[in-house]
Structures are given as C-alpha cells and as structure tokens.
Design a protein around this ligand. Structure first.
Ligand code: ADP
Length: 478
C-alpha cells in the first residue's frame, strides 16, 4: 500500500513537472514572439527617424538649390522661374544621390567665351549650393543639349539631352520620357516625379539599426539560455523522480522476492524435518532428507550472505584486501559445495583448473564471486546440462571462466546485468528463485579486488562469465 501511495506521488510529481515544462515552453515562445515584435517596432522607429532626417536634409538642399537657381539664372540674365517650372522642382535620383537637372540656356556667342561662361555657371552651381564639385565639368557639345546636374553628394555633371525624348517642349524637363533603355533610362524615369532625393548609405543605415539588432540578439540569447537552464533543470528533476520511482519499485520487488526466497527453503526444511522424524523412514530416506535439508540451508545461507554483503557494500562497510591466494584451491572448494545440488538437478561441472594458480585476490570475496556465478550458471541451465569452469594463467594474468549452456542473456539486458535488482524478463528467469543482487555483488567485489569482469555469449547457446585477475609469479627457488 505504501508503495502504491509512493507510486501515485511520483506520478503526480512527474505530471506536474511535464506540465511545468510545457508551460515554460509556451512562455518561451510567447516571450520570443514579443521580443521579435518589439524588435520590429524598434527597427521601424529607427528607420522612420532616418527617413525624417533625410527629409529634413532634402528640404534643406531644396532651399539651397532654389537660392542657387536664382543666382544661376541671374548669371544668364534669365528671369527667375515660378515654383512649378523651377529646376529645384525637377530633381531626380542618379546612382549615388540627388541630381538637379538644369537645362543650360544657350549663351550669347560661341567658342571660348561660351565655354568660359559655362565653366563659371558650373563653378557657381557648386559653390552656391554648398556642394563640392571635384569632377571636371563634362561639357563638350552644343548648347541646349545638356542638362546641368548637381547632386547632393557634391558632384555635378552635364547629362546629354539626347538620352531623353522630349515629348512636348524642351522647356519642361518634367515631361521628358525615356528614349533609350539602359541605366540612363532608369534614371530618367524619375523625371516624372521630381522630389529631392537624399541618399544614405547602407552602412550608415545599418550602423543605426545595429544596436537594436544587437539588443534583440542578446535578449534572445538570454531567453534561450534561460529556457535551456529551466528545461535542463526540469529534465534533471524528472530523471531523478523517475529513477527514485524505479528504485522504489525495484526495492519493493526485492523485498518480496527475498521474503519468498526465505520462506520457500524454510517450508522445505520443515517438510524434510517432519519426514525425518517419521518412525518408518528408512536409513536411505533419512540420508536423502538430511542432504536435502543441508542443501536448502546452504541456499538460505547464500541468500542471507548475499543480502548482508549487498547491504555492507552499499554502506561501504565491506573490507576487501587482496593477498596472494591459491585460486585453484578456492575454486575447487567452492565447486564442491554444489555437489548435492548438481546431483539433484542431474547436472555436472567440468573442471579445467590448472593446479596451484596464484592470484592477488581477497579469498572470501573471490569465493563469493565464484559461488554467485556458478550458482547462476546452474540456475539458468536446463537439467542434465554441463557447466564448464576453467582457470588459466596467461602471462601475468589469471583467467577464471564459467561457461554454461543455459538460456543465455539477452543483448538488451547485458549492459544492465551488473546493476542492482535487475532481473531478466524471460519466464525462465521468473521461474527461478532470485533477488537480482548476485551479479551486482560480483561486480562490486571484482572492482574492489582490481579484477575485470566480462560477460559474453557461449555459442551456440548459453553464457560465459570471465574474470581477469592479477596473477602471482612463483619464484623458482620456492
Ligand atoms: P538473480 O537473483 O536474478 O539470479 P543476479 O544478479 O545473479 O540475480 O542475476 C541477474 C540476472 O542476470 C538474472 O535474473 C538473469 O536474468 C541474468 N543471468 C545471470 N546469470 C545468468 C546466466 N548464467 N545465464 C542466463 N542469465 C543469467
């Protein structure tokens, strides 16, 4: 009942944690969306600021150009145009900035004098508009065929009029339409709309937007970090709860299987003892019953030993010290203890044990290791099968192998086989008495003695447990 309550509690915590994780994920998505929206709004504000700034600049340029226009017209003794036909109303975009198209009026006279006047007009246009005109004026053809243009980047130039087609009259540049395709055509398109264009480089615009972008990236990095941390924490807690839940389940099944293991041999011992006390029992029967009782007591003892060792190992209270030990003798003695059981199961052990092999082990611990492995080999093998036990010295190392022809160990179970409370799912395992701690004790003891343990398949069927120990060289003068 307690385990049931525990189970419900664990499940509740797990559900709570999962819901929390989902909530965090939703919050995260919400936060990212919000942050993205805010980012877009901020970028929009920055861009609007830039446009405002450019517009202001544009208005400034227009004003300056109007003033320049008046002066240029005055230079050519022309009346100032009204606002509608004014050149400052006929601004159009050229590759790198704003150009003021200006139809150069034919000056009086030809030749050097005219060139000079044009040059003057050119210089003045640049100076008065406050723009630097570094490039030499590209005037070379006849008058009236060029448009004097000054851009807000400080460049001025004459555009040949033959790239335009003058639909109505040469006086109205705004009505000029495209005559030829190409880059000039694209520029001329702008003539339908003559606002002041102020140009800002992509780099400049980027520099203004960058801090907003950086803030957005930083917020997102922080959000992702926060999310990963919370998710990691959640997953960690979930795993701990799951593990605790599993442990609780394993412990409860361990308690029930140990109780069962204790009860069965006790019931058998009682039964055999009763039969022994029967008056009509023959000496032969008595002998059989006494051996059966001894065998059951051995089983009980091994179980109690395992439980005690397991508990001592868990608490770190088990002392293991390696000494030079005659492993061949210990192995033979341990195998002798199985004689009644082998007879009862009609099984046999083939011993391939080199005599007098010495290894650095703890005598009691290695006995327990051999006992548990051989016990399993007998338990998980069918009646009348043969278990092989070999001890072999190769170089400085000693190998102990227990090979059975039993049910074998599933590949998926192998990585967990040395963990406590792990038992195979096979019905042939369930039919055998067991508590799931034997191999864990083997692994823990082997580790403390500095031995390596390995499990593999015995072809065509069965299992091989191999323990590698440090051998002891026997000096020749001994
Ligand atoms: P148990 O008390 O269940 O035998 P162990 O820790 O000794 O506990 O063994 C764990 C599990 O390993 C067993 O339940 C069984 O599934 C598997 N196993 C151990 N030894 C053998 C073997 N020789 N042959 C097949 N399966 C084995």
């Amino acid at each position: 009942m307690t385990s049931n309550v525990h189970e419900k509690k664990s499940r509740f915590v797990a559900i709570l944690l999962t819901s929390l994780l989902i909530l965090i994920a939703l919050l995260f998505i919400f936060a990212v969306t919000l942050s993205r929206k805010r980012y877009r709004a901020n970028v929009k504000i920055v861009k609007a600021d830039c446009i405002q700034m450019l517009n202001n600049e544009g208005v400034g340029i227009r004003e300056r150009l109007r003033a320049a226009e008046r002066d240029i017209f005055a230079l050519f003794d022309q009346p100032v145009m009204d606002a509608a036909t004014s050149i400052s109303n006929r601004l159009f975009l050229f590759e790198s900035g704003t150009f003021v198209p200006y139809r150069v009026p034919r000056p009086a006279g030809e030749g050097a004098a005219a060139t000079l006047r044009i040059q003057e007009a050119w210089k003045l246009a640049g100076e008065i508009s406050g723009l630097t005109t570094n490039a030499p004026p590209p005037y070379r053809l006849g008058w009236g065929e060029y448009v004097l243009s000054v851009n807000n980047m400080g460049r001025a130039c004459l555009l040949p009029l033959n790239v335009f087609r003058d639909d109505d009259t040469i006086d109205s540049v705004t009505r000029i339409t495209i005559k030829i395709p190409g880059p000039e055509a694209a520029i001329m398109k702008q003539l339908h709309y003559p606002p002041v264009y102020v140009w800002m480089s992509v780099e400049q615009m980027d520099a203004r937007v960058r801090p907003v972008k950086q803030a957005y990236v930083l917020t997102n990095i922080m959000l992702v970090l926060m999310f990963s941390m919370i998710t990691g924490l959640g997953a960690g807690i979930f795993l701990i709860v799951k593990r605790r839940h599993e442990m609780a389940q394993q412990k409860s099944s361990f308690v029930s299987s140990v109780s069962h293991e204790l009860r069965t041999p006790m019931a058998l011992i009682r039964l055999y003892a009763e039969s022994l006390s029967a008056r009509d029992a023959s000496p032969d029967t008595r002998e059989r019953y006494s051996r059966a009782i001894m065998s059951e007591i051995d089983r009980l003892l091994s179980l109690v030993n395992n439980v005690l060792d397991f508990s001592r190992l868990e608490k770190g209270m088990m002392e293991v010290g390696v000494v030079s030990t005659d492993i061949s003798k210990i192995c033979n003695d341990t195998l002798d203890a199985f004689s009644f059981r082998l007879e009862h199961e009609r099984m046999s052990i083939v011993r391939r044990i080199e005599p007098g092999v010495m290894a650095m082990v703890d005598p009691l611990a290695i006995t327990q290791v051999i006992f548990n492995i051989v016990d399993n080999a007998i338990k998980y093998s069918p009646a009348e099968s043969v278990v092989e036990v070999e001890i072999q010295k190769i170089g400085t190392e000693v190998y102990l192998r227990v090979k059975d022809k039993g049910i074998g160990i599933d590949e998926s179970l192998k990585p967990r086989i040395f963990m406590p409370f792990v038992r195979g799912n096979d019905s042939r395992v369930a039919s055998q008495r067991g508590s799931g701690i034997g191999l864990n004790i083997v692994a823990q003891l082997a580790e403390r003695m500095g031995c390596a343990i390995n499990v593999s398949d015995n072809r065509p069927n069965g299992t091989v447990f191999e323990i590698r120990m440090q051998g002891v060289e026997i000096s020749s003068n001994q």
